[in-house]
Design a protein around this ligand. Structure first.
Ligand SMILES: Cc1ncc(COP(=O)(O)O)c(C=O)c1O
Length: 353
């Protein structure tokens, strides 16, 4: 039965608004769509730890198909998906190659070491892109002094590099490199759907470069919770064990997975609008008040504004605009479903003087 007329739906839909504020802090702030609420209310449920929640199964099957992989796993967060992938791919004496400003290295509390006893080895990239040829010298030889180089992680799109899309050629070269050295390749694809929207390259092509890929449903795709992790059947079956170990086994998870399925199916096509708004915002901010902004590939706009970030956040707040100062020199604005053209204009109307 459609929920649109019900009091419950009215209450829900009120929560869709941000009480007049434009929230640019992250695409994670997006509220579910009416269609998601309906799917959640009507989701058939089971117990996903027993493997019999039909809504979780439907999401996992859809994701596996979309990413062209044998299987997929629904997990609570992007962080957990990455950590499960690393733990599942690697033995205890392993070293993981990854970019120095990657999410896994910077923002997951050193989880590789804390959770899995893995040693990260960082490589500085150019806008998040590592020169794959330079990795050759980092692969450890067969020597009992050394850890074993087992895994390479790529992040696409790259958050700290301003939502930069990793060139597809780099991904193919990385795949060749990992195959040559009998390593695994994991893609932190928290925003891989933004890469798809920016380049038109299908998700299955991106996924075909790697042994595993994660994709967040709760960022630009606007689901309330969750990430999917895709790979071959054996990897996903081991990853399911690791998910339980990390406390990510959920019970009637279908209630949120149902929204995730709507997100993955229906919300990818509109991401281009976020990219257009991010470009407009970047163009409007670049050069004013001593700000400099690199034109974004996708929906993240990093603004270099030496010594002015906190003052600008404060000035935005006066105008009912919420944004993030990463430090006093850098601001981040993120465009998403709940930001419209007027919200962009509201930011551009903010002045420090
Ligand atoms: C590139 C990237 N990977 C992983 C994550 C982690 O996702 P979550 O916040 O769901 O743990 C984020 C979150 O912003 C991200 O930007």
């Amino acid at each position: 039965m459609p929920l649109n007329g019900s009091p419950l739906f009215c209450e829900w839909s009120q929560s869709l608004s941000f009480q007049g504020k434009a929230d640019f802090r992250s695409d994670t702030v997006t509220r579910p769509t009416a269609k998601m609420y309906e799917a959640m209310a009507q989701a058939p449920l089971g117990d996903d730890v027993f493997g019999d929640d039909p809504s979780v199964i439907a999401l996992e099957e859809y994701a596996a198909d979309l990413f062209g992989k044998e299987a997929a796993l629904y997990v609570p967060s992007g962080t957990m998906a990455n950590q499960i992938a690393c733990r599942t791919h690697c033995r205890r004496d392993a070293e993981v190659l990854l970019e120095a400003t990657s999410h896994v290295f910077l923002y997951e509390q050193g989880g590789l070491a804390q959770l899995s006893g893995l040693q990260p080895r960082c490589v500085v990239g150019d806008r998040g892109v590592m020169a794959i040829a330079d990795l050759e010298t980092l692969v450890r030889g067969d020597d009992p002094h050394f850890p074993v180089t087992e895994l390479l992680i790529l992040e696409n799109t790259h958050n700290s590099a301003g939502g930069a899309v990793l060139p597809f050629d780099t991904m193919l070269t990385a795949q060749e490199f990992t195959k040559k050295h009998n390593m695994r390749l994991h893609i932190d694809g928290a925003r891989i759907t933004n890469a798809e929207a920016a380049t038109g390259i299908p998700l299955a092509d991106y996924a075909s470069c790697a042994d595993s890929i994660s994709c967040c449903l709760s960022k630009g795709l606007s689901a309330p919770v969750g990430t999917v992790l895709a790979g071959d059947r054996e990897f996903i079956s081991q990853a399911r064990r690791t998910r339980k170990l990390f406390g990510g086994g959920m019970r009637q998870a279908g209630v949120i997975a149902a929204a995730g399925l709507v997100a993955l199916r229906d919300m990818r096509a509109r991401l281009k609008d976020d990219h257009i708004r991010a470009a407009r915002l970047a163009e409007g901010l670049n050069g004013r008040d001593g700000f400099s902004v690199v034109a974004p590939d996708t929906n993240l706009v990093y603004v270099s504004c030496p010594g002015k970030a906190h003052a600008f956040v404060e000035a935005c707040a006066q105008n009912d605009v919420m944004t993030l100062a990463l430090n006093d020199d850098t601001l981040r604005f993120v465009t998403h479903k709940d930001i419209d053209d007027r919200d962009v204009e509201r930011v551009l109307a903010v002045s420090l003087t």
